[in-house]
Design a protein around this ligand. Structure first.
Ligand SMILES: Nc1ncnc2c1ncn2[C@@H]1O[C@H](COP(=O)(O)OP(=O)(O)O)[C@@H](O)[C@H]1O
Ligand SMILES: [Mg+2]
Length: 399
């Protein structure tokens, strides 16, 4: 089973492209399920059909499901959250705040992703296609099982058999003991997170597809998602720039738009290099209904299979030694072009004098470099090598 995830800023066209892709897959008689955790009516608007929280048939080989994020949270994390909130309350936190602190980062969107595991295990589809908000924060949760390790899991199991005893010491330590149910829910969540990670980080199974419009905002956002996904081992295989003005629009009113779009398309080529980039035109009307969705997918994929892995590889590599780190990024720039690199907080700005004039590109940096200083940068064989060094204090210690 293949999993395709369309991600990007709100309104860029994630849901529409998910549905369009699914419609094209279904035409080849492969069973496909589209899933969305958007506000309830999104899939209904796009398919112009009634869609429920269980897989609903839209047409031959095509099913859709509207995830109810609050239900997912309640089912998958409810008991745990109750318990954690109870602990915080016992520590003197106000109840509303206790629940707030006990929630996971980006909980609703993240726990909706766990639905993939349910569907994967039930089987029955050739592909699941879903849209999700771009969030590195949420992806961090994938690493909970690894962070907790197998040792703490054994402890949790042990605690499960000791809950009776824990109840006895509860008044002494002033922390409510977890019930057997809480521990079981914890173990189950960890287990499902591990499965989700296994599915998402297997490039043969999962492809992340980046959706942006030709504007600064949506491209900027997505650049960091592309980098973070690479860090977490999720394979992005395609960037789609949606809502591009088609050539046939010649009205002088749109001249300014056409110029800025051309500039952002060039920027996207650099930002998402070496991913293949596909453009989708701004349709004459709102993109919805099976007929238009099919047309959109036809233009987007042409003769290609939408389930194909379009690219495999990470956008960067990292080498590390005592007190230094080398960050190597694939770039479309050539050795002979003059480049200038400057650090601006969490990003570096690369200025290149190329044949088409000065091109600027912003590359988000991984957190490890935040305590390091930029030492030097060089273009070598289509790659930008950036070397960071640890800050050394006056006694020569690495900080
Ligand atoms: N290429 C396009 N041409 C015309 N309308 C589009 C196009 N892509 C998306 N839309 C419309 O833009 C709106 C937002 O799209 P949607 O897929 O809901 O975005 P997202 O899921 O990223 O928030 C919808 O009304 C959709 O029909
Ligand atoms: Mg959407």
């Amino acid at each position: 089973m293949r999993v395709l995830i369309y991600t990007g800023k709100g309104g860029t066209g994630k849901s529409a492209l998910s549905c369009a892709t699914a419609a094209k897959v279904a035409e080849t008689r492969r069973d496909v399920l589209v899933m969305s955790s958007d506000p309830a009516h999104t899939l209904m608007d796009l398919f112009e059909a009634e869609i429920g929280p269980k897989p609903t048939k839209v047409t031959d080989h095509l099913w859709a499901l509207q995830v109810d994020p609050l239900k997912e949270v309640k089912e998958k994390y409810g008991i745990i959250q109750e318990y954690v909130a109870m602990v915080f309350k016992a520590k003197g936190l106000d109840e509303t705040l206790a629940y707030e602190v006990a929630s996971l980062p980006n909980m609703t969107s993240f726990l909706s992703l766990l639905k993939i595991v349910d569907i994967f295990e039930e089987g029955g589809y050739d592909a699941i296609i879903l849209d999700t908000v771009p969030s590195g924060e949420a992806l961090k949760n994938l690493y909970l099982p690894t962070l907790m390790g197998s040792m703490s899991r054994k402890l949790l199991k042990l605690a499960g058999s000791l809950v009776g005893a824990a109840k006895v010491v509860e008044p002494l330590v002033k922390i409510p003991a977890p019930s057997k149910q809480v521990i079981e829910a914890d173990l189950k969540l960890l287990d499902r997170l591990e499965k989700l990670k296994e599915i998402l980080t297997d490039s043969k199974k999962t492809s992340l597809r980046l959706v942006a419009n030709p504007d600064a905002f949506s491209i900027g956002n997505l650049r960091r998602t592309y980098m973070t996904a690479g860090l977490y081992g999720i394979n992005a295989d395609l960037a789609v720039i949606n809502k591009v003005l088609p050539d046939e629009v010649s009205d002088p009113y749109f001249e300014g738009w056409r110029k800025t779009q051309a500039k952002y398309l060039a920027e996207a080529e650099i930002s998402f290099y070496p991913l293949p980039i596909r453009k989708v035109r701004l349709f004459k009307e709102e993109l919805k209904g099976l007929r238009l969705l099919r047309k959109c997918a036809e233009e987007l994929f042409e003769d290609d299979d939408p389930l194909r892995v379009f690219y495999e590889g990470r956008p960067f590599s990292v080498e590390q030694g005592e007190g230094w780190m080398k960050f190597v990024i694939k770039t479309p720039f050539l050795d002979k072009e003059r480049c200038e690199v400057e650090r601006l907080g969490e990003e570096i700005m690369v200025k290149v004098d190329s044949e088409v004039g000065e091109v600027r590109s912003f590359i988000p940096l991984p957190a490890i470099t935040y305590n390091m200083k930029l030492s030097r940068a060089k273009l070598i064989g289509g790659e930008l090598h950036i070397i960071f060094e640890a800050e050394v204090d006056e006694r020569g210690r690495i900080s």
